[in-house]
Design a protein around this ligand. Structure first.
Ligand code: ADP
Length: 217
């Protein structure tokens, strides 16, 4: 829900329920000299956005939450799996030159590096590649495995994490994105299957979603 503005009628309904709840839709309609059908959309909006709660055979009552609290709640409901993108991976034996080509072709700023078994081995950012390009080495003979940030130093997230948790990680670690992973046990060790990508762009999309009307419909 965005920090929405209630129309005049919705504010009157809210006032009535605050003072007299629990109260049925029928009773509210009577107080406003309107039909129950006319009020239905307003009651739906007030209930969906969390200002009011409704119980069958009891009626409507005030949730006691202000706009800020409701906004917070909606924000905490946004999860990684709702907003994640497809991951772009490169094998750890690929060269820095290959990695640069993939970055351009796939139009991403971060590549996830995987081992022969397709499990997460490291992460490669634009600056890692720029740094490698500053030396005199031949980029085609430099494997990404020597320039990447390697496990266990890779910051990751899970599909069920919240967007807010990931945003905090990005800020604290000063990074642009994280791989979305599923932990699995293989040959007695915990390894990570890369299933998605969550970057600042996805967080910007979640932000726009919070300001959209989709939340009310
Ligand atoms: P840029 O290269 O555009 O500054 P980042 O800020 O994301 O991109 O990366 C900065 C450094 O942090 C790089 O050395 C990169 O390897 C590393 N890094 C990027 N993402 C992660 C991550 N999720 N976990 C650990 N290290 C990361």
């Amino acid at each position: 829900m965005k920090a929405m503005e209630l129309n005049e009628r919705q504010q009157r309904i809210l006032q009535i329920v605050k003072e007299e709840g629990p109260i049925t839709g029928e009773q509210i309609a009577e107080k406003l000299s309107l039909t129950r059908a006319t009020l239905r959309p307003d009651l739906a909006i007030l209930t969906m956005s969390g200002f009011l709660d409704a119980r069958p055979r009891v009626g409507y009552y005030y949730s006691g939450k202000n706009g800020g609290q409701l906004f917070n709640e909606q924000m905490q409901k946004l999860t990684v799996k709702q907003f994640q993108s497809v991951p772009v991976v490169v094998n750890e034996s690929a060269s820095a030159y290959d990695a640069i080509c993939i970055m351009f072709l796939e139009d991403v700023g971060t590549l996830f590096v995987v081992n022969k078994k397709s499990r997460l081995a490291g992460i490669l950012s634009r600056k890692d590649l720029l740094r490698a390009s500053m030396g005199k080495q031949d980029l085609e003979s430099v494997p990404v495995s020597i320039i990447m940030t390697r496990m266990p130093n890779v910051t990751m997230c899970k599909p069920e994490d919240t967007i807010v948790e990931v945003a905090n990680k990005l800020i604290n670690k000063q990074i642009d994105g994280v791989p979305v992973v599923r932990e699995i046990e293989e040959e007695g060790a915990i390894v990570h299957e890369v299933i998605g990508r969550l970057t600042k762009t996805n967080i910007a999309k979640a932000f726009v979603y919070m300001a959209s009307d989709d939340l009310h419909t």
